[in-house]
Design a protein around this ligand. Structure first.
Ligand code: MSP
Length: 647
């Protein structure tokens, strides 16, 4: 028996939507944490899954004309497919539609009911279907949900309530007793003041739709989707009618979540568990939100950070590295391709890639590809060993505290020490004038630093870590050595047959960079085209005339057009809509010369959110049709005043 594993969870994702960057972020962070524990030789258990019940899913399935379970299954598979591509080593994947889960949820309900914490009443108030959240009039922001900004529905129905009010004091005591229960501290303070303000009992069942787990003994009610969803962390650890099995992983050590769902995890969830008499999780870690190129993530911007596409463009490890390195875990941040390319070039290609390449290249040139054990010390070696030792200890503490960004920064201190070490040891001089054992020692130390680096980046960049190990000639099971050995320079065996291979992270040069930024712009533009009518429904569900009317189409006259520098297909087009002039960026340069366009009447989508494409703000979109022979802009027959509405 290896004892209770470090049990760490992601939120379970709603399946009305396909996975996006935000989901990838939470999941990669959780995976990195689990892998860090495994690296230290501790058993770890990572759980993820999908949240498949509730009104939102029922509605989304109905709109797509699908059966809710089939619809959920299809989307749940999309999450699984992305996790595979992102190298997520989860141990369990729970779907709330599974039997093992439903039985467990009902058991938590029964226990809370037996405690006297569940009573029947009537709920009258507002409900945000998108957040699956009950809202009071006070919480509403001009009738809209304060979290997502969508209109909230009025609801009046019979409902069971959970005596949340009873848990105000016990929750405050919990936050007091375990000050790290909620992380980061700023979030903890928010929750403490929220709970201190008093808690109202919570509606925990719905009667106006069917798609959920039935309330035990009263099947006219389905259990509120958040009661259902939160329970997944326990049901996946085996909680059912008989309680937890003896070898359960519960309690979870850490729940990773985004800040938008902190209240559910740090207030409702521990209260439900207390009521059911079950042990509480150790910590809820709430991370920040990503904007994309400086703006809130929308459908079209989401298209430019589609995780599948990002992985194809940059490689899985570059993405995993970037999202964890770019912003402190817990803070909000901006995803910009520009920044991403800079990071790939500086940290991955220049610093790490270069250390690996120059080391192995010298091993090949001076020693026929073999690293021998060399311990000769000219003082530089002891210095390097000291830096590695200190940095590895600091890294361990930072990763333990889930300061993933700091952990990575610390590894890069070793990378930079490795590069400096090579400069100081100057193997190229030793190769000319000896002594021979100093040359062996220099190559050994550079290689040994790389082995430590590979181990320490493995939670975040598992593929790159393996590839470095393979190039160094380490055995296949290199990573299973005890942590203390992995971070000890001198535990690297000698006599290694290295393999220079191709550069691990090639630099993204100027040309490739311009082409990439152009692809980003094209994806944003394509996302915009797809957005208004048929959001995700591949089957192309019907829309109402009102949906169509929301799209403001206007005629416009092209006043000027020019190629955007460095772009191959984008034109910056000035159009007049009568009184108003707009700048529109359109991907039509392959089909039209700028001069050909001036004076034409085109059709513009006039109420799109503006977006920056290759540095130019685009304030609308031109309509065009495309077939194998090319692309043709849509116009208006005969003369029409610029700015006329098109219906
Ligand atoms: N189903 C609930 C969770 C139930 S857990 C018992 C849910 N699902 S979700 O699919 O909407 O979101 C899951 C996670 O994605 C949340 O942690 C959320 O913070 C994260 N993100 C969604 N958009 C995000 C960004 N733009 N940036 C970072 N994370 C974001 O909520």
């Amino acid at each position: 028996m290896s004892g209770k594993p470090f049990y760490v969870t992601t939120p379970i994702y709603y399946v009305n939507d396909k996975p996006h960057l935000g989901h990838a972020y939470t999941t990669v962070a959780t995976d990195a944490k689990a892998r860090f524990h495994r690296l230290r030789g501790e058993p770890a258990r990572m759980l993820t899954g999908t949240d498949e019940h509730g009104q939102k899913l029922e509605q989304a399935a109905a709109e797509a004309g699908r059966d809710p379970f089939a619809f959920a299954t299809e989307n749940s598979e999309k999450f699984k497919a992305l996790w595979k591509k992102l190298n997520i080593a989860y141990d369990d994947y729970i779907r709330t539609t599974e039997e093992r889960h439903k039985t467990g949820v009902q058991e938590i309900w029964r226990r809370a009911e037996a405690t006297g914490d569940i009573y029947k009443g009537e709920y009258e108030g507002k409900y945000c279907v998108s957040c699956e959240n009950f809202l009071t009039d006070l919480q509403l922001d001009e009738g809209k949900c304060p979290d997502c900004g969508r209109p909230a529905d009025p609801v009046r129905e019979e409902s069971y309530f959970f005596r949340l009010s009873k848990y105000q004091e016990p929750l405050l005591e919990l936050y007091e007793r375990n000050p790290r229960f909620i992380q980061p501290d700023s979030r903890r303070n928010e929750i403490v003041s929220f709970v201190s303000g008093g808690l109202r009992d919570l509606s925990v069942s719905r009667t106006s739709f069917k798609w959920g787990v039935p309330v035990p003994g009263d099947p006219a009610h389905v259990i509120y989707v958040w009661f259902d969803a939160l329970s997944n962390y326990a049901t996946a650890a085996g909680f059912g009618q008989g309680g937890f099995p003896a070898d359960t992983a519960w309690p979870a050590d850490q729940h990773f979540i985004g800040k938008d769902i902190l209240r559910f995890h740090s207030v409702y969830w521990p209260a439900f568990l207390m009521s059911a008499g079950l042990p509480l999780p150790g910590q809820v870690y709430s991370h920040g939100w990503w904007t994309v190129e400086g703006q809130k993530m929308s459908k079209s911007l989401g298209n430019a950070v589609d995780p599948h596409w990002l992985i194809e463009e940059y490689g899985v490890d570059a993405i995993r590295y970037f999202i964890l390195r770019e912003i402190p875990f817990g803070a909000d941040g901006d995803f910009s391709h520009h920044q991403l390319i800079d990071r790939v070039n500086s940290d991955l290609a220049n610093d790490l890639g270069n250390l690996l390449y120059r080391t192995l290249n010298m091993v090949r040139r001076y020693r026929g590809g073999k690293i021998s054990r060399g311990e000769g010390d000219g003082g530089e070696e002891a210095r390097l060993a000291g830096i590695v030792r200190e940095a590895a200890a600091r890294y361990e503490a930072q990763m333990e505290a889930t300061d993933l960004q700091a952990g990575l920064r610390t590894v890069w201190e070793i990378v930079s020490a490795g590069n400096k070490y090579i400069d100081a040891a100057a193997p190229w001089t030793l190769a000319k004038s000896g002594p021979e054992d100093r040359l062996d020692s220099a190559l050994y130390h550079a290689g040994a630093a790389l082995r430590v680096i590979a181990a320490l980046i493995s939670p975040v960049m598992p593929e790159a870590a393996d590839s470095i190990a393979r190039q160094l000639g380490l055995a296949g099971d290199w990573l299973s050595a005890p942590f203390a050995e992995l971070v000890d320079l001198y535990k690297m065996p000698g006599g290694l047959d290295t393999d220079l291979g191709k550069p691990l992270f090639p630099r993204i040069e100027e040309d490739a960079r311009a082409a990439l930024e152009e692809r980003v712009a094209a994806r944003i533009a394509a996302g915009e085209g797809a957005a208004p009518a048929a959001p995700d429904s591949e089957g192309g569900g019907l829309i109402s005339i009102d949906d169509f009317r929301r799209v403001e189409l206007r005629s416009a006259r092209v006043e000027a057009a020019e190629i955007i520098p460095k772009s191959k297909n984008l034109l910056k087009i000035e159009v007049s809509l009568g009184e108003e002039r707009r700048t529109v960026v359109a991907g039509v340069a392959r089909h039209y010369a700028p001069d050909e366009l001036v004076g034409r009447t085109v059709v513009v989508v006039a109420n799109l959110e503006p977006v920056k494409l290759m540095g130019v703000e685009s304030q609308g979109m031109l309509l065009a049709a495309e077939d194998e022979d090319g692309l043709k802009l849509v116009g208006v027959e005969g003369g029409i005043r610029p700015g006329s509405r098109i219906r």
